[in-house]
Design a protein around this ligand. Structure first.
Ligand code: HXC
Length: 257
């Protein structure tokens, strides 16, 4: 499948998607977001792929939703076109998705990174929610996901007063998993994706699903959800294989069954 605004590649068992509107710092228009969701869904359904990486370029992961596209819209147009519904699909992937972020991750760019399961950053990454400067607020999860990542005090500063976080600050506050030099962050993100892709696929899928349920559920509901997934895994060949391999001191051979 060929796309206009993104590029796709496969590196071993990692599906890589590059946002590709460099002239406008990868501003996220509706068509790009739909292509991104389609490409992720295709990798999600592809047995040869075990995890996905979304990246931009060294200067910008994405400088936000496309302001030129949004500027003339009325509230009714935004509502009836349901402009952000395409974004919801990104967070619905069953396989792990890693954001490899260098340069600007602002507004919708920061929100897109936070929709991913992990963030690997370059030393030049800058995270922020500058929507307040445009007379709006984050609309794709920024007010909800940021507070869960960095806490209320800092989230308020970032969203109400355009405080930007450097890569090191983002690491210190728990927004990103790892920080690497700009010439290696993408390779490291792909390495991480391939490490996870080499693990027991059904366990990885249910682990991701269970962790994400912590966003949605009370503790007791989440514990019950986790326990059902835990018990369910004892019906898989991979559980038998993993425990047999441990007991026989050999490497497991995962089948994804
Ligand atoms: C459209 C954008 C853009 C954006 C940059 N460009 N960001 N176009 N939408 N979000 C374009 C510029 O207009 C310019 O085009 C080109 O990219 C290069 O940008 P410059 O501003 O010239 O670069 P620089 O001086 O280096 O400044 C970089 C920057 C700045 C600090 C990132 O571009 C900036 O502040 N961008 C907007 C960031 C922002 O407000 N994001 C939130 C958007 S709202 P030309 O044609 O002039 O060369 C949002 C809501 C999400 O994301 C809600 C969910 C859907």
């Amino acid at each position: 499948m060929s796309y206009e605004y993104i590029l796709t590649e496969v590196h071993d068992r990692a599906g890589l998607i590059r946002l590709n509107r460099p002239r406008v710092l990868n501003a996220l228009n509706v068509a790009l977001m739909n292509e991104l969701a389609d490409a992720l869904a295709a990798f999600d359904a592809d047995e040869a792929v075990g995890a996905m990486v979304i990246t931009g370029n060294n200067r910008a992961f994405a400088a936000g939703a496309d302001i030129e596209e949004m500027a003339p819209r009325s509230a009714v147009e935004m509502l009836t076109a349901d402009m952000i519904s395409g974004w919801d699909r990104i967070a619905q992937m069953r396989k792990p998705v890693i954001a490899a972020v260098s340069g600007y991750a602002l507004g919708g760019g920061c929100e897109l990174a936070m929709m991913c399961d992990m963030i690997v950053a370059s030393e030049t990454a800058v995270f922020g929610q500058p929507e307040i400067n445009l007379g709006i607020i984050p609309g794709a999860g920024g007010t909800q996901r940021l507070i869960r990542a960095v806490g209320k005090a800092l989230a308020m500063e970032i969203i109400l007063n355009d405080r930007r976080l450097s890569a090191d600050e983002a690491y210190q506050f728990g927004l990103v998993n790892r920080v690497y030099p700009v010439d290696s962050y993408l390779d490291e993100a792909l390495r991480l994706a391939n490490e996870i892709a080499a693990r027991a696929p059904i366990a990885v899928r249910l682990a991701k699903e269970s962790v994400n349920k912590a966003y949605e559920m009370t503790l007791s509901e989440g514990l019950a959800f986790e326990r059902r997934n835990f018990y369910f895994l004892f019906s898989t060949e991979d559980q038998k294989e993993g425990m047999d391999a441990f007991l026989k001191r050999r490497d497991p051979q995962w089948k994804g069954r």
